[in-house]
Write a protein that binds this ligand. Structure first.
Ligand SMILES: [Zn+2]
Length: 381
């Protein structure tokens, strides 16, 4: 007799912000689909039972900012094993590919990874680069090409990426930001804008963005930041938040400052999305102060965010930001079985930021298991 479920996650608390679920429920998986979510599912005719008691069973996490184009882009790194050990089932690459090399991203990254690796297409025709910066020569900006690449590749391309760091773009930031928005309009998608070390001010950037566009590295301490020299939130940044511009953490090596985060959150700049920005130039092993997505999420517990909000920021809210909420970011019967089993471990953890500060917190979020399309992977714990 065929098994009722190939996999039963038993005894955990299903925490699914998309459906406002936070209660003790079992989850049954058959093939690559979630087929049951209810209390006390029978354990007979089950292929494998995972004891999730004491854990939260959440939608597979979405890491909204990574660099996964290994071997082609200088920031690329091999993230598949790391994601599957961290509860991450979907990653958004932040512009490693542009219109001329998106096909390679499909073949080398998307098709070869267990993790669902999709992402933003760079306005720069060859993707974000290192030295020299990708748009120091504005001739590499390809409005029509990047928009068309998104239109032709909806299954892997979710928006347009532009970096405004002066090393990436020199004096071209104002022009490139406008071209990126035009590409976003032409493709009907949001743009993701890298801020920090820009020639133009954060107030101008924030004021130029449309509702739904994304500021990544929103808490960067690299000037100009979202706070002025006196530590006050810039008024146009507040307005942008109120207008529905999306604030994404994009931690990386250089974009997280505990003091600045605290101050900005106190002024109402709560992160819409919490992401890691893992890339290949971070110090190995362990990606420097970022660690991984669960470590980045952990940093917001002492900042006062609820676990529901933290999980929403890397599941349903991340999915909604790119219009993928019908496909990813929720744990529901009939959906692809992308699931994270997370535990709040009560032990001291030393958390680091980008400016050398450390904070000790008494708990951390630990990935116990990752389920990607029904396949089970052991978490890092
Ligand atoms: Zn990045």
């Amino acid at each position: 007799m065929a098994d009722t479920y190939d996999l039963l996650l038993s005894g955990g608390t299903v925490l699914n912000p998309a459906t406002k679920t936070n209660e003790k429920l079992d989850v049954g998986v058959k093939g690559d689909r979630v087929t049951a979510i209810q209390a006390n599912l029978p354990r007979t005719n089950v292929g494998r039972v995972i004891d999730a008691s004491g854990c939260y069973v959440t939608p597979g996490l979405i890491d909204f900012h990574v660099h996964s184009y290994l071997g082609v882009n200088p920031y690329g790194c091999d993230l598949d094993a790391d994601c599957l050990a961290s509860g991450v089932t979907t990653t958004m690459d932040a512009g490693s590919a542009g219109p001329v090399n998106l096909l390679g991203f499909r073949k080398l990254v998307y098709e070869r990874s267990k993790t669902r690796m999709i992402g933003f297409v760079a306005l720069a025709q060859h993707g974000v680069f290192n030295e020299p910066g990708e748009l120091l020569n504005l001739g590499f900006a390809d409005l029509d090409g990047s928009a068309q690449a998104v239109i032709d590749n909806r299954d892997i391309a979710v928006g347009i990426k532009v970096r405004l760091h002066k090393k990436s773009i020199g004096e071209n930031s104002r022009a490139a930001l406008r071209l990126a928005i035009k590409a976003g309009e032409a493709s009907g998608t949001p743009i993701m804008v890298h801020v920090g070390s820009t020639v133009i001010g954060m107030d101008e950037i924030a004021d130029t963005l449309r509702p739904g566009d994304i500021i990544t590295h929103c808490y960067t301490p690299q000037k100009p930041s979202i706070l002025d020299d006196k530590g006050q939130l810039l008024p146009l940044v507040r307005k942008a938040k109120e207008r529905g511009v999306i604030f994404d953490v994009g931690h990386a090596g250089g974009h997280f400052d505990f003091n600045l985060v605290e101050r900005a959150m106190g002024e109402g700049i709560i992160p819409d999305i919490i992401s890691s920005d893992l890339h290949g130039k971070l110090k190995q092993p362990g990606f420097g102060p970022v660690g991984d997505l669960p470590t980045t999420l952990t940093k917001f517990i002492p900042m006062g965010l609820s676990l529901e909000k933290i999980i929403a920021s890397c599941t349903v809210d991340a999915a909604k930001a790119v219009g993928w909420q019908d496909r990813i970011g929720s744990l529901e019967v009939g959906r692809e079985a992308d699931i994270a089993v997370l535990k709040i471990v009560d032990e001291p953890v030393t958390l680091k930021d980008s400016v050398g500060a450390e904070r000790v917190h008494k708990q951390r979020i630990a990935a116990q298991w990752t389920v990607r399309a029904g396949e089970v992977f052991q978490g890092r714990g």
